[in-house]
Design a protein around this ligand. Structure first.
Ligand SMILES: [Zn+2]
Length: 247
Protein backbone atom coordinates (compact mmCIF):
# COMPACT_ATOMS: atom_id res chain seq x y z
CA UNK A 1 0.00 0.00 0.00
CA UNK A 2 1.39 3.41 -0.96
CA UNK A 3 1.07 6.21 1.58
CA UNK A 4 1.94 9.87 1.08
CA UNK A 5 2.79 11.76 4.25
CA UNK A 6 4.55 14.91 5.44
CA UNK A 7 7.26 14.04 7.91
CA UNK A 8 10.46 15.19 9.54
CA UNK A 9 13.46 12.91 9.79
CA UNK A 10 14.45 12.69 13.45
CA UNK A 11 17.03 9.92 13.32
CA UNK A 12 19.05 8.01 10.77
CA UNK A 13 20.86 4.71 10.97
CA UNK A 14 23.22 3.69 8.16
CA UNK A 15 22.94 0.22 6.63
CA UNK A 16 25.52 -1.21 4.24
CA UNK A 17 27.19 1.17 1.84
CA UNK A 18 24.34 3.18 0.33
CA UNK A 19 21.25 2.57 2.45
CA UNK A 20 19.85 3.74 5.73
CA UNK A 21 16.91 3.49 8.06
CA UNK A 22 15.23 6.76 8.90
CA UNK A 23 13.00 7.38 11.86
CA UNK A 24 10.34 9.91 10.96
CA UNK A 25 7.74 11.97 12.80
CA UNK A 26 4.80 12.00 10.42
CA UNK A 27 1.51 13.89 10.47
CA UNK A 28 -0.54 10.74 9.90
CA UNK A 29 1.72 7.91 11.13
CA UNK A 30 3.36 9.28 14.29
CA UNK A 31 6.87 7.93 14.66
CA UNK A 32 7.85 5.04 12.42
CA UNK A 33 11.05 3.62 10.96
CA UNK A 34 11.40 3.55 7.19
CA UNK A 35 13.96 1.78 5.05
CA UNK A 36 15.51 4.20 2.55
CA UNK A 37 17.46 2.33 -0.08
CA UNK A 38 20.16 4.27 -1.91
CA UNK A 39 19.58 7.33 0.28
CA UNK A 40 23.26 7.64 1.18
CA UNK A 41 24.47 7.87 -2.41
CA UNK A 42 25.57 11.40 -3.23
CA UNK A 43 23.51 11.35 -6.40
CA UNK A 44 20.61 9.32 -4.94
CA UNK A 45 17.12 10.65 -5.70
CA UNK A 46 16.19 10.34 -2.01
CA UNK A 47 19.43 11.66 -0.53
CA UNK A 48 18.28 15.26 0.02
CA UNK A 49 14.80 14.36 1.23
CA UNK A 50 16.04 11.98 3.93
CA UNK A 51 18.67 14.17 5.59
CA UNK A 52 18.45 14.48 9.36
CA UNK A 53 15.99 17.23 10.48
CA UNK A 54 14.72 17.76 6.95
CA UNK A 55 10.98 18.15 6.52
CA UNK A 56 9.79 16.27 3.43
CA UNK A 57 6.83 14.94 1.58
CA UNK A 58 7.41 11.19 1.53
CA UNK A 59 5.82 8.47 -0.52
CA UNK A 60 6.12 5.25 1.48
CA UNK A 61 5.29 1.68 0.64
CA UNK A 62 3.72 -0.13 3.59
CA UNK A 63 4.29 -3.87 3.47
CA UNK A 64 3.93 -6.67 5.99
CA UNK A 65 7.65 -6.49 6.64
CA UNK A 66 7.74 -2.76 7.28
CA UNK A 67 7.90 0.63 5.62
CA UNK A 68 9.95 1.32 2.52
CA UNK A 69 10.64 4.73 1.03
CA UNK A 70 9.57 5.20 -2.56
CA UNK A 71 10.19 8.87 -3.23
CA UNK A 72 10.79 12.11 -1.35
CA UNK A 73 10.49 15.82 -1.89
CA UNK A 74 12.11 18.38 0.39
CA UNK A 75 9.76 20.93 1.97
CA UNK A 76 12.16 22.62 4.42
CA UNK A 77 15.75 21.88 5.46
CA UNK A 78 16.08 24.25 8.47
CA UNK A 79 19.52 24.72 7.03
CA UNK A 80 20.99 27.16 9.57
CA UNK A 81 20.52 24.86 12.55
CA UNK A 82 23.31 22.54 11.44
CA UNK A 83 25.92 25.27 11.86
CA UNK A 84 25.14 25.82 15.53
CA UNK A 85 26.16 23.06 17.93
CA UNK A 86 24.00 24.43 20.76
CA UNK A 87 20.89 24.41 18.57
CA UNK A 88 21.74 21.01 17.12
CA UNK A 89 22.15 19.50 20.56
CA UNK A 90 18.81 20.94 21.65
CA UNK A 91 17.12 19.41 18.58
CA UNK A 92 18.74 16.07 19.42
CA UNK A 93 17.25 16.22 22.93
CA UNK A 94 13.82 17.27 21.64
CA UNK A 95 13.96 14.38 19.14
CA UNK A 96 14.70 11.98 22.00
CA UNK A 97 11.67 13.34 23.85
CA UNK A 98 9.56 12.78 20.74
CA UNK A 99 10.86 9.27 20.19
CA UNK A 100 10.04 8.37 23.75
CA UNK A 101 6.57 9.90 23.91
CA UNK A 102 4.96 9.68 20.45
CA UNK A 103 3.31 6.37 19.59
CA UNK A 104 3.76 4.73 16.18
CA UNK A 105 1.02 4.61 13.55
CA UNK A 106 -1.17 7.25 15.15
CA UNK A 107 -1.77 10.75 13.80
CA UNK A 108 0.60 13.27 15.38
CA UNK A 109 -0.44 16.51 13.72
CA UNK A 110 -0.16 18.82 16.68
CA UNK A 111 3.10 17.36 17.95
CA UNK A 112 4.58 17.64 14.46
CA UNK A 113 3.39 21.25 14.26
CA UNK A 114 4.98 21.98 17.65
CA UNK A 115 8.29 20.53 16.50
CA UNK A 116 8.22 22.30 13.13
CA UNK A 117 7.46 25.64 14.78
CA UNK A 118 10.34 25.13 17.21
CA UNK A 119 12.71 24.32 14.33
CA UNK A 120 11.47 27.30 12.36
CA UNK A 121 12.31 29.69 15.19
CA UNK A 122 15.61 27.94 15.93
CA UNK A 123 16.53 28.29 12.28
CA UNK A 124 16.01 32.03 12.52
CA UNK A 125 17.54 34.03 15.31
CA UNK A 126 14.60 36.03 16.58
CA UNK A 127 13.74 33.75 19.53
CA UNK A 128 15.90 32.75 22.44
CA UNK A 129 16.93 29.11 22.37
CA UNK A 130 16.17 28.49 26.05
CA UNK A 131 12.69 29.91 25.64
CA UNK A 132 12.03 27.58 22.70
CA UNK A 133 13.11 24.66 24.86
CA UNK A 134 10.65 25.62 27.60
CA UNK A 135 7.75 26.04 25.17
CA UNK A 136 8.43 22.69 23.53
CA UNK A 137 8.80 20.78 26.80
CA UNK A 138 5.70 22.17 28.48
CA UNK A 139 3.49 22.01 25.43
CA UNK A 140 4.63 18.49 24.59
CA UNK A 141 3.74 17.46 28.15
CA UNK A 142 0.24 18.87 27.64
CA UNK A 143 -0.21 17.11 24.31
CA UNK A 144 0.78 13.67 25.62
CA UNK A 145 -1.55 13.74 28.62
CA UNK A 146 0.77 15.25 31.20
CA UNK A 147 -0.86 18.67 31.43
CA UNK A 148 -0.25 19.97 34.96
CA UNK A 149 -3.12 21.24 37.10
CA UNK A 150 -2.41 24.98 37.19
CA UNK A 151 -5.68 26.54 38.37
CA UNK A 152 -4.61 26.97 41.99
CA UNK A 153 -3.48 25.34 45.23
CA UNK A 154 -4.76 21.78 45.32
CA UNK A 155 -5.80 22.16 48.98
CA UNK A 156 -7.26 25.65 49.37
CA UNK A 157 -7.72 26.68 45.71
CA UNK A 158 -5.73 29.90 46.13
CA UNK A 159 -4.98 30.84 42.52
CA UNK A 160 -1.98 33.09 42.92
CA UNK A 161 0.53 34.18 45.52
CA UNK A 162 4.08 35.45 45.65
CA UNK A 163 5.26 31.94 46.28
CA UNK A 164 3.56 28.78 45.05
CA UNK A 165 5.06 25.32 44.84
CA UNK A 166 4.87 23.07 41.81
CA UNK A 167 4.78 19.40 42.73
CA UNK A 168 6.83 17.71 40.01
CA UNK A 169 5.52 14.23 40.86
CA UNK A 170 1.82 15.07 41.01
CA UNK A 171 1.88 17.88 38.47
CA UNK A 172 -0.09 20.30 40.61
CA UNK A 173 0.25 23.46 42.70
CA UNK A 174 0.32 23.97 46.42
CA UNK A 175 0.54 27.25 48.29
CA UNK A 176 3.02 28.11 51.01
CA UNK A 177 0.41 27.74 53.78
CA UNK A 178 -0.71 24.27 52.73
CA UNK A 179 2.75 22.94 51.96
CA UNK A 180 3.97 19.97 54.01
CA UNK A 181 7.60 18.94 54.48
CA UNK A 182 7.10 15.86 52.35
CA UNK A 183 5.72 17.95 49.49
CA UNK A 184 8.48 20.50 49.77
CA UNK A 185 10.97 17.80 48.82
CA UNK A 186 8.98 16.95 45.68
CA UNK A 187 8.38 20.53 44.58
CA UNK A 188 10.02 23.56 43.06
CA UNK A 189 9.04 27.08 44.15
CA UNK A 190 7.38 29.35 41.58
CA UNK A 191 7.07 33.09 41.92
CA UNK A 192 4.19 34.95 40.24
CA UNK A 193 6.05 35.49 36.98
CA UNK A 194 7.13 31.86 36.66
CA UNK A 195 3.60 30.67 37.28
CA UNK A 196 2.29 33.13 34.72
CA UNK A 197 4.77 31.88 32.09
CA UNK A 198 3.91 28.22 32.72
CA UNK A 199 0.16 28.93 32.61
CA UNK A 200 0.55 30.93 29.43
CA UNK A 201 2.40 28.13 27.60
CA UNK A 202 0.12 25.34 28.82
CA UNK A 203 -3.23 27.08 28.56
CA UNK A 204 -2.99 29.49 25.60
CA UNK A 205 -4.21 28.82 22.11
CA UNK A 206 -1.51 27.06 20.08
CA UNK A 207 -1.14 30.05 17.72
CA UNK A 208 -0.08 32.28 20.61
CA UNK A 209 2.54 30.20 22.40
CA UNK A 210 5.51 31.31 20.33
CA UNK A 211 4.50 34.96 20.33
CA UNK A 212 5.70 36.17 23.67
CA UNK A 213 9.00 36.82 25.35
CA UNK A 214 10.38 35.33 28.54
CA UNK A 215 12.87 37.77 30.02
CA UNK A 216 16.38 36.42 30.28
CA UNK A 217 16.25 36.30 34.06
CA UNK A 218 13.39 33.79 33.91
CA UNK A 219 14.38 31.61 30.95
CA UNK A 220 16.74 29.35 32.86
CA UNK A 221 14.50 29.21 35.95
CA UNK A 222 11.44 28.03 34.03
CA UNK A 223 13.55 25.77 31.82
CA UNK A 224 14.71 23.93 34.92
CA UNK A 225 11.11 23.40 36.02
CA UNK A 226 9.94 22.08 32.64
CA UNK A 227 12.86 19.71 32.11
CA UNK A 228 12.63 18.31 35.66
CA UNK A 229 8.90 17.88 35.31
CA UNK A 230 9.30 15.83 32.13
CA UNK A 231 12.21 13.85 33.49
CA UNK A 232 10.21 12.84 36.57
CA UNK A 233 6.93 12.23 34.76
CA UNK A 234 8.62 10.08 32.10
CA UNK A 235 10.99 8.42 34.64
CA UNK A 236 13.76 8.85 32.18
CA UNK A 237 17.21 10.34 31.99
CA UNK A 238 18.19 11.87 28.64
CA UNK A 239 21.88 11.89 27.86
CA UNK A 240 21.20 14.37 25.06
CA UNK A 241 19.85 16.83 27.63
CA UNK A 242 23.06 16.59 29.62
CA UNK A 243 25.04 17.15 26.44
CA UNK A 244 22.96 20.24 25.64
CA UNK A 245 23.46 21.68 29.13
CA UNK A 246 27.22 21.20 28.97
CA UNK A 247 27.76 23.20 25.79
ZN1 LIG B 1 -3.27 26.34 49.79
Amino acid sequence: MLITTNAIIIRERPVGENDKYIEILSDTLGIIEVSAKGARKITGSNTAGTQLYTYSKLCINKTQRGYYLNSSQVINTFYNIRFDIKKLSLVAYLSDLLRYTTPPEEPANIILRLFLNTLHYLNGDERDIEQLKVIFELRLACEIGLMPQLIGCKECYLSSSDKMYFNLYEGNLICENCLTGDELAKSLPLDKTMLHIIRYICLSDFNKIFNFKITEKYQKKVSLVSEKYLKIQLSRYFKSLEFYENI
